[in-house]
Design a protein around this ligand. Sequence first.
Ligand SMILES: *[C@@H]1O[C@H](CO)[C@@H](O)[C@H](O)[C@H]1NC(C)=O
Ligand SMILES: *[C@@H]1O[C@H](CO)[C@@H](O)[C@H](O)[C@H]1NC(C)=O
Ligand SMILES: *[C@@H]1O[C@H](CO)[C@@H](O)[C@H](O)[C@H]1NC(C)=O
Length: 246
Amino acid sequence: MLHSLLLLTISLFLAVAYASPQHQADYDNPLAIRDVVTVTSTLTATVIASTLASTLTSTTTSSTTTYATPLTQPTSWLTVTAARSGSEIHLLPMNAAGLRFWLGGNTISYCPEQVEDQYACPPGNTTVLSVCSMGVLVPGGQQIYVTPRGELGYTQAHSISMPPGAVSCPFTYTKAPGAYIGRLLMSIGAPFGITGFMACPTRSRGIYQVFGNLKNATVPLGNVSQCIGFDPLAADAPGPGAWQYT
Ligand SMILES: *[C@@H]1O[C@H](CO)[C@@H](O)[C@H](O)[C@H]1NC(C)=O
Ligand SMILES: *[C@@H]1O[C@H](CO)[C@@H](O)[C@H](O)[C@H]1NC(C)=O
Ligand SMILES: *[C@@H]1O[C@H](CO)[C@@H](O)[C@H](O)[C@H]1NC(C)=O
C-alpha cells in the first residue's frame, strides 16, 4: 500500500513536470496552465499527506495489535480523477455529460430558472457522485449504472429508466485509514466480467469515454485495444455538485 502510494506520488510529480509541454495550446491562456499545476500540486500534496497518515496509522496499530481497516463506504460525496501516469488521461477529472462519463471535456448540468433565481443551485461545473448515485439536488436523484456493453451511465432526472440489462450501483469504495484520497473500484462478475475502469478514445481528440474494462465492450471507435485502463482517485467533495446532470 505504502509502496503504491509512493509510486503514485512520484508519477504525480512527473505529471507536474510534464504539465506545461502537454498543454502548449494553452500558453495563450495563463489561467489554464495555472489550473493544471494547481490541481496537480494539490493532489501531490494530498497523496504525500495520506502516505504519511497511513504510515502513522500502521505504526499506531502495530503497537496496539489491533488493525485499522480501510473505509469501505464514502463519508461524503466524491469527485473522481483518473490516474494513469505517462498517458494523456493522467489527472483528468471524470465528467458527466449526456448521461455518460468522460475524461476531458466539461461537466454538463442544468439548474431550473426558478431555483437559479433563489441562488439555490450548486455551481454545476464539477461532477460529484457516490457509489450508487450522482451528487444532485433534483428530487428522486440520478442513479449510476453500467450496461452490458460496458458503458458507464446515469439516469436522467425524473426517470428510473436504464438500458436493458444494466446493473445499478456498479462501484465500491476503499480508503486507507487516515488517508485523504480514496479509490473507486468496479468488480462485476459474469456475464459482465468487469474488474476495473478504462477510458476509450472518441472522435473528439482528447476526450475519452469511461467504460468498465469488458474485453468485448462496444467502444466509440470500435477497437477496445485503444482503451486505457486507469485508477479512479476519489476525493471528498463538500456537497452535491449540481441540481441535475444532463
Ligand atoms: C466552477 O465554478 C465556480 C463558481 O463560478 C468557480 O469558482 C470554480 O473555479 C469552477 N470550477 C471549475 C472546475 O471550473
Ligand atoms: C460480451 O461477452 C460476454 C461473455 O462472453 C457476453 O455474455 C456478452 O453478451 C458480450 N457482450 C457483447 C456486447 O457482445
Ligand atoms: C486496435 O488497436 C490496437 C492498439 O492501438 C492496434 O494494434 C490494432 O491494430 C487495432 N486493430 C484494428 C482492427 O484496428
